[in-house]
Design a protein around this ligand. Structure first.
Ligand code: NAP
Length: 288
């Protein structure tokens, strides 16, 4: 993809955040456009919180096709949008905006779509089964909503139990699913209950890779699945422990790539090249 190939027909998308320097999305999306020979580009737009309303008016005015939103804009953007998907509305966060041809700004939460699609890609069917979610932050909101929508019973365990209780109550109300809550140190009592355990805490994330939210003495059983939304490292201590116990372990790179792929599909209407996007993410780690 040479710069000289930018012309009057080039279509633009990008990411709005503050800061945006560390985002993997530009390399992932631009490699996808290149692989499909599309005349599209994806740029970072560093945007202060106070400038977000102007930025959203600006993308519409400039004919930008859509944007991703990252920290700290995912919740603040909601009142600036015209329409929300059911997932974005229930989760209360938007990470992808589509600018429709008439200028309508449509908000979607592709973290939820990406997680759901990745479960399916790994053959993990949660309908009618129990799922334990560790953590109650932003990623947990997308994960809990998706699991309840897919028919799982969910228990949220968090360091701050009040946050877990609020999340469980809110998402159960919005999905008519079943959710309970507890403290993170209740893992030993709850471990055997779950078919799927999802870690949504940052514990074990690079560079502090020698940590796990899961006590080493609590064993996984064969047939259980441990899913870590952390994507760096590709195998966390939590995953390694589950695998050693004979359980299935899945890392967060699939969710990351599939949330980007869902945004690509929404903006372009084309099927995204998943393998190219995954390779681009891994390559960018190698370049650090
Ligand atoms: P967040 O909103 O800050 O929430 C973090 C959660 O983890 C909170 O519930 C917090 O508990 C808990 N926590 C933090 N440090 C902890 C510790 N030392 N011990 C126990 N619990 C701890 O963060 P987030 O945006 O949800 O992100 C969480 C992780 O998900 C990050 O690693 C991020 O990279 C990853 N992620 C991955 C994807 C993907 O596509 N794969 C997408 C989104 C996020 P308290 O409530 O008690 O503070």
């Amino acid at each position: 993809m040479e710069l000289s190939s930018i012309n009057g027909r080039t279509k633009l998308v990008g990411i709005i955040g503050w800061p945006v320097e560390h985002t993997l999305s530009p390399v992932m999306q631009n490699e996808a456009f290149k692989a499909l020979g599309m005349n599209w580009r994806y740029l970072p737009f560093p945007t202060r919180p106070s400038d977000l309303p102007d930025a959203m008016r600006g993308i519409r005015a400039l004919g930008i096709k859509g944007v991703n939103l990252t920290i700290p804009h995912k919740e603040a953007v909601l009142p600036l949008l015209d329409e929300l998907s059911p997932a974005a509305k229930a989760i209360g966060a938007v990470n992808t905006v589509l600018v429709e041809p008439d200028g309508t700004l449509f908000g979607e939460n592709t973290d939820a779509l990406g997680f759901g699609e990745d479960l399916k890609a790994h053959g993990i069917d949660v309908a009618g089964k129990n799922a334990l979610v560790l953590g109650a932050g932003g990623a947990a909101r997308a994960v809990v909503y998706t699991l309840l929508e897919m028919g799982a019973s969910v228990c949220v365990l968090n360091r701050s139990v009040d946050r877990a209780e609020m999340l469980a109550k809110e998402m159960a109300g919005k999905t008519s699913g079943e959710a309970c809550a507890g403290r993170l140190d209740e893992i030993p009592q709850k471990a055997g209950w779950a078919y799927l355990v999802v870690n949504t805490t940052p514990v074990g994330m690079w560079p502090a890779v020698d940590a796990s939210p899961w006590p080493e003495e609590v064993r996984f059983k064969p047939g259980q699945v441990a899913y870590d939304v952390i994507y760096r490292p590709q195998e966390t201590l939590f995953m390694a422990h589950a695998r050693k116990c004979g359980a299935k372990a899945v890392g967060g790179i699939g969710m990351l790539v599939r949330q980007g792929a869902a945004a690509f599909r929404l903006w372009t209407g084309k099927e995204p090249p998943l393998a190219v996007m995954e390779a681009a993410v891994k390559m960018s780690w190698g370049n650090e």
